[in-house]
Design a protein around this ligand. Structure first.
Ligand code: PLP
Length: 403
């Protein structure tokens, strides 16, 4: 590496969030490329047999095989680790692959996982249905009830798992309080930071041990690729790395390159999208056919004070409940023309979803009631369109509910 490249790396390491988001993790190759190179190769060559042995057996650190390590994937890992303030990151093929790798690496039969009941449905399914099958006990708790965490976490608990803000009601869980409870019993707290990303919330600074991500959401931000990641300490993530080498749910070099580009604009996207979300949420509170608006940026939201304390912005996802139950919600959604009707979120294009018949459609009515997912609830992930165009689009459907 040239002296200039070394100086640039040092300046990046000393830089702030925006600087690290565009330059972090990039180690220029001998070709002197400006943008990150995409290493689309399954394996790497050795100059001689002795070097091959050293790489395979003696951990020389040289690249061997892209299921183990790949320079483009490593660049993404180093950049995200910097942004989350963690020592290390492991990139995975999807957000669910990150949770799978975590469980495979850290759990064994007889261990216990205590999981917030307000997490992504597949997360809960993976813990209870699949890890449960191998003798791991999985207990769910109301994430806002600290006594429930205290009662559930015991000496057998290896992982306490939560997501904040929650989907789709945007409620806020107290990361530091749950971390203290978990640590008192020797458990690790894992926080899914999909909705805020490190641009708005840094769970490791609030006491969490590991951050998990679906990079598919805001980290990419442009709806192009599926991926995931875990960020934490070297010690906590070394077993995960070893599982990844054997188990193989790795991120491809192509997707890592896409996510590197996504991270470059993360902060400005999240801040602009949050500002528009605030404008849309405020407008929704003035609409007569809207029964309730859920957005932690509104002073009326129960999580407002906590969100202000543990986040540096309120995020781009909001939800609202309209009159008329499912029929009302469907008519509002079907009347929109600009926004995309799709299940994903975190995109520069605004997406609209009816949680009770899509993302949460497989829950029982009782489970939906417990999670506060009414049939009239609509979730919006606000993108980069103008607030005026978005409110005009939503107004079409709301007008249809009148009378
Ligand atoms: C909060 C949250 N965590 C994890 C996941 C799983 O991520 P992926 O779809 O990348 O596997 C999702 C996916 O929608 C999610 O919304």
């Amino acid at each position: 590496m040239s002296d200039r490249d070394q100086a640039q790396q040092a300046a990046t390491a000393a830089g702030d969030f925006r600087t690290q988001a565009v330059r972090g993790g990039h180690r220029r190759s001998d070709e002197a490329e400006h943008a990150e190179a995409m290493f689309m190769t399954s394996s790497f060559c050795f100059p001689n047999a002795e070097a091959a042995k050293a790489a395979f057996v003696d951990d020389s650190g040289d690249n061997v095989y892209s299921r183990f390590d790949n320079p483009t994937v490593q660049a993404f890992e180093q950049r995200l680790a910097m942004l989350e303030g963690g020592e290390r990151c492991i990139a995975t093929a999807s957000g669910m692959a990150a949770t799978l790798a975590l469980g495979m690496a850290l759990l064994q039969a007889g261990d216990k996982v205590v999981c917030s009941q307000a997490v992504f449905g597949s997360t809960l399914n993976l813990w209870s249905k699949y890890f449960g099958k191998f003798g791991v006990e999985v207990v769910t708790v109301d994430p806002f009830d600290l006594d429930a965490w205290r009662a559930a976490i015991d000496g057998r608990t290896k992982i306490a798992y939560l997501e904040t803000p929650t989907n789709p009601r945007c409620e806020i869980v107290d990361i530091r309080a749950v971390a203290d409870i978990a640590h008192a019993k020797g458990a690790k707290l894992v926080v899914d930071n999909c909705f805020c990303t490190p641009a708005l919330q840094r769970p490791l600074e609030l006491g969490a041990d590991i951050v998990s991500h679906s990079a598919t959401k805001f980290l990419d931000g442009q709806g192009r690729a599926v991926g995931g990641a875990l960020v934490g300490s070297h010690a906590d993530l070394e077993p995960v790395y070893l599982f990844m080498r054997s188990g193989g749910p790795t991120m491809s070099a192509f997707n890592a390159w896409v996510f590197l580009k996504g991270l470059e604009t993360l902060d400005i996207r999240l801040r602009a999208q949050s500002e528009t979300a605030m404008a849309v949420a405020t407008w929704l509170t003035t609409q007569p056919r809207v029964k309730q608006v859920y957005y932690a940026g509104l002073a009326s939201h129960p999580g407002y004070a906590l969100a202000k304390a543990q986040q540096s912005g309120f995020g781009a996802v909001l939800s609202f409940e309209v009159e008329g139950g499912q029929a009302g919600a469907w008519s509002v959604i079907d009347a929109t023309e600009l926004v995309s009707l799709t299940g994903n979120l975190g995109d520069t294009r605004t997406t609209i979803t009816h949680p009770s018949t899509t993302t949460h459609g497989r829950l029982t009515e009782a489970q939906r009631q417990a999670a506060g997912i009414e049939s009239g609830l609509i979730r919006v992930s606000v993108g980069l369109e103008s607030a005026a165009d978005l409110t005009a689009d939503l107004a079409k459907g709301l007008a249809g509910l009148a009378g």
